[in-house]
Design a protein around this ligand. Sequence first.
Ligand SMILES: *Cc1c(COP(=O)(O)O)cnc(C)c1O
Length: 480
Amino acid sequence: MKLIYEKSSPGRSGVQMSSIKISPTEEIPSKYLRSESAELPEVSEVEVVRHFTALSRLNFSIDTHFYPLGSCTMKYNPKVCEAAANLPALTDVHPLWPQLRGGGLLTQGSLGLLYKTERLLSKVTGFDEFTLQPMAGAHGELTGVMMMAAYHKDRGNQKDHIIIPDSAHGTNPASAKIGGYDVVTIPSDENGRMDFELFKAALNEKTAGVMLTSPNTLGVFNPRIKEICDAVHEVDGLMYYDGANFNAIMGRYRPGDMGFDICHLNLHKSFATPHGGGGPASGPVGVVERLRPFLPISRVVKTSDGIYTLNYDEPKSIGYIAPFYGNFGIIARAYAYILSLGRDGMLGTSNRAVLNANYLQEKLRPLFKEEYKGRCMHEFVFSGKNLPSGIHTLDLAKGMIDRNIHPPTIYFPLNIPEAIMIEPTESEGRETLDHFVEVMEELVELARTDPRKLQEAPVTTPVGRLDEVKAMRDMRLSYT
Ligand SMILES: *Cc1c(COP(=O)(O)O)cnc(C)c1O
């Protein structure tokens, strides 16, 4: 078989469309041909249905279980956003359809949705312009770092490093490095914030920028952001806002107003797209006016007569970073989510997320070692260092699976030993939170009274406790 790409004659709209034809006539080399029939299972419809239904039930999901996976914002995704994103007008368009006039009006709705989402995100974050192209938070970071590099090159700046606190998500240093910079890591102070004095000592003329998560991965807000921004701008560095924790602040304050120059959002975390297992994702990037020329192409623009079109004519752009216009379905969900909540709804959402996290933190305090005192934002981190000897945070996590709760994030962030990181999100009511506390109390008690039981958990899953080493080395999961 061979794929043949050919230009067809102009269609009725007068626009050239490319088409793909598949020719089954090509010879397949005999070494690739079967000599015996394939061993396809002979099963009835109901057997197929039961097989896949059983597989689907092995999953934990936010629609079935409490899912306090810190850093990931596993919030409930309202079905209205799903319904909106599944409208045929949005799902039936193809990115190769012509954008311009002369038949191009077919895609005006989709381009308009992209344009309006960019405007809304700019409003919500306080930035001047957005690109919706990056396909994940990490991809947004890389886009941001590439724009930083383009900015400094344009200004003739000699920069060689980016400053990042040690509590940052691992994607931050990875993006900085792939973007061509060395990483200078700043330890956290006793309050879980980037140590200000060490930061000042590291900052110099060679600093390309600083990447900050706010509130950070420990769930802590840094009240000295303005001072940090001012100091970085003094050396013509740029401030990057990692917006993965935007759920904690949306509607309350805007990173653009705090002095940041670039930010990414994780639409799959904060704006109603189910995620996990590596996708799907969308990580739009916002910038202040002076970085606008460096945004990736294409750009969705609105002409003076109200037509949406794509602009590729941006000489200083960092170029293409993704096919077409980003992860369209997720952008559509985010658009629906923002419109359905409005400003007050967004504020209410983040208020509840922060309240729920503080409620849990307060209730769980007696059980764990606290690394950082004080109130948290939308998530918090404890250490399991005070658990009875031989019992690890991992054992608690496994015990939770038997009690129908998705384990929180463990062993992250890396600067906290035996870390357990909990993010309840705004979706949960008090009954669920209280039940979670009871389960935690029960598990910590079990660690004291019958530790072996906890070390054997989970016992309710088909495979029991995974052999972690084997799981890493042999990816084929065996049910025997
Ligand atoms: C999730 C996360 C990222 C990376 O986002 P992806 O969409 O998973 O690539 C970056 N920073 C923080 C703080 C995160 O929680």
